[in-house]
Design a protein. Structure first.
Lengths: 143, 264
């Protein structure tokens, strides 16, 4: 799912730390933001805004971290509001609801593991490209 | 670009395939959800009913219970509802009130029966409360207002009698959400039509009671806890529309009069 590839140039120590922090930010936000999925996106977006004028390596990883949060926001928001309607509204507990929660949990877990992997490797100055999100970032982020 | 779109489609397909696959597993059975829910409802229903019986005498006189049982049975049969699950309790009280308890228990106060002018009005109220049961509104309301942990603690005996009083108060003297009341009204009209009972008297009952009595009348609990009566009555009449069936009475006029006479 995650591949380590060569970047266009070798990032320096400062850039590696900044890039690694973009993933670290989303990890911390996961803990602080639960169960509100929007907190995660806001934290990553704030970090992205702070670094959008940074070097290409930093911008690239901030963008990848931000994009990965968007898809999670969608599925986590559905899970959150579905849970609210089950607890307080007209929806009933069902197999579909439990299956959805497990699916979302598995996707979150995968993203969490990928984020930890990226945090460690970008800190070493390695370029970690995620499946789908990496190509999408290449398209959006210009050098 | 083509590659990215393909990856996006794959990601979406993977998500839905996983969800669909996991949905095939019977989690409700695996996690004992239904068993735990019905056990909690059974215990809660018993505890709340004990509380009601402490505050008012229950009618066991067949002249009171049989006519009401006939109405309830006719409604249940016409709507494919398991009659044996619904337990009817008529309580002696001046309060104009009726409410559903957990475990399909229907409580009607004699004050409400005396306030209705005919069996169609009473049937409307009964159908409204059955709708709350069938739509699972009773437990939802309790979970929302009291909290799931508190409810579980009551069934395991870790709660005081004050809590049971509060739970009873929640079920009998506060309204459901506007949406839930609306859903119960519409379902009630469906039940009435299927049972060949005219729903218009139910709408008239909703409209009439607040007009005929002072709003501060403390005995008018059912009406004061079911707000927007005028709006709801209009909505029911609109919903019924042109559907005029061949309505048939369940009780004879003599039986209805005897029922009212026994409660006076």
């Amino acid at each position: 799912m995650n591949t380590i590839t060569h970047f266009y140039y070798s990032p320096n120590e400062y850039e590696s730390e900044k890039a690694s922090n973009s993933y670290l930010m989303s990890l911390i936000a996961v803990i602080a933001g639960l169960p509100f999925p929007i907190i995660n996106l806001i934290a990553t977006f704030a970090f992205y805004l702070g670094n959008r004028k940074g070097t290409y390596f930093v911008r690239w990883h901030c963008t990848q971290a931000l994009l990965s949060q968007f898809s999670l926001l969608l599925m986590n928001s559905v899970a959150f509001w579905w849970s609210v309607t089950v607890l307080f509204g007209s929806e009933n507990l069902s197999n579909s609801f439990i299956a959805y929660l497990i699916t979302v949990f598995l996707f979150n877990l995968t993203e969490f593991a990928a984020t930890i992997y990226s945090t460690i490797n970008t800190r070493k100055g390695l370029h970690v490209k995620w499946w789908f999100y990496g190509d999408l970032t290449n398209m959006i982020c210009s050098s | 670009m083509k590659n990215i779109l393909l990856q996006l489609v794959l990601l979406v397909v993977l998500f839905f395939a996983l969800w669909l696959g996991l949905s095939k597993i019977d989690w409700m059975e695996l996690l004992n959800v239904n068993y735990l829910t019905s056990k909690t409802q059974l215990k809660l229903g018993e505890l709340i009913l004990d509380q009601i019986k402490n505050s008012g005498e229950e009618y066991h006189n067949p002249k009171v219970t049989l006519p009401l049982d006939s109405i309830l049975t006719a409604i249940c049969i016409s709507n494919a509802i398991d009659r044996s699950q619904v337990q009817l309790h008529v309580i002696k009280s001046e309060e104009v009130n009726a409410f559903a308890l957990p475990n399909h228990q229907l409580v009607i106060y004699s004050g409400l029966i005396l306030e209705t002018r005919n069996e169609a009005e009473l049937s409307g109220v009964i159908c409204h409360e059955i709708a709350h049961m069938e739509l699972d509104h009773v437990m939802k309301k309790l979970i929302k207002e009291v909290g799931i942990s508190v409810l579980i603690s009551t069934t395991t005996g870790n709660s005081g009698s004050n809590l049971m009083v509060n739970i009873l108060k929640t079920l009998s003297s506060t309204a459901y959400d506007r949406d839930l009341e609306g859903d119960a009204d519409i379902r009630a009209v469906d039940y009435l039509l299927r049972a060949n009972i005219d729903p218009i008297p139910f709408a008239r009952f909703l409209r009439r009671i607040p007009e005929s009595k002072s709003a501060i009348d403390q005995h008018l609990t059912w009406m004061s806890t079911h707000p927007d009566a005028e709006e709801r009555a209009a909505y029911i009449i609109e919903f019924v529309g042109e559907a005029h069936g061949e309505y048939q009475p369940i009780l004879s006029p003599v039986t209805w009069q005897n029922l009212q006479h026994q409660l006076k």
